[in-house]
Design a protein around this ligand. Sequence first.
Ligand code: NAD
Ligand code: ZN
Length: 261
Amino acid sequence: MIVPDLDEGIERLSAMLDAASFILPFTGAGISTECGIPDFRSPGGMWTKNKPIDYGVFLADPAMRVEAWRRRLVMDKVFAAARPGSGHAAIAHWHESGKAPHIITQNIDNLHQLSGVAPECVLELHGNTTYARCVDCRTHYALDWVWTHFHPDHGRAPECAACSGPVKTATVSFGEPMPQAIMRQAAELARACDLFIVMGSSLKVWPAAGLPVLAKEAGAKLIIINREPTEQDEIADLVLHHAIHEVVANVPRPLSVTAHG
Ligand code: NAD
Ligand code: ZN
């Protein structure tokens, strides 16, 4: 049900948050636009500028590895300067209240962790761009290490010090297998929660976009907070087409009712 009026939407959202015992937030790029990180699909988003580099292309073509790292370097100031926004803060509050033990995110920006949620409680479906790893032996590398081993003009992407394999941001590229254990855990949580809240996702990226459907089918209520319509609006119990900060700024704290336990 789409509720166009902001105040009415906030009232319904607050009531659903209070009534829930197990909230599962599911976030996308839209929760981080207020933090200065562009999303993919809004006008002017990253998608309109650079078509993503497929995993297979990254592995096969050294020039595309250089290109991938050049793009990451261009974005480095943005990612490094970004701080959690009001949406992250609201979710951190639900987490602290005990009602939202885990957060599922499609984001790669590390902002839920920076908002104070323990890393093991953040399920990153698409990895994390704030560090790198070798695609062969999985050795982790700090980005500082990458920047000392990479210069776009030298035409060589960083290689693993241990095995010479290609080093890539610790993200899941298009064409790269999803992290199976995390997907399994996310699906279990989606089946178990009683309130699934999508915040800032176009729900166009699969299989991640299957999780709200799974939650709904298992009996949870579904809320979508997204500036634009999504393909799952019609199955949702509450849809707010507003900016996340406008919505969460007016949701009362603390949440009432006993936590999931
Ligand atoms: P998306 O770009 O497909 O969709 C983002 C949605 O958020 C859009 O529908 C847009 O209308 C909405 N939105 C933007 N700002 C908003 C705001 N302030 N309030 C409410 N809604 C807002 O993003 P997605 O569905 O997350 O999928 C894109 C993929 O790209 C993700 O899987 C992710 O891995 C990656 N990505 C991540 C980041 C990040 O980590 N911050 C940024 C860009 C892309
Ligand atoms: Zn290696």
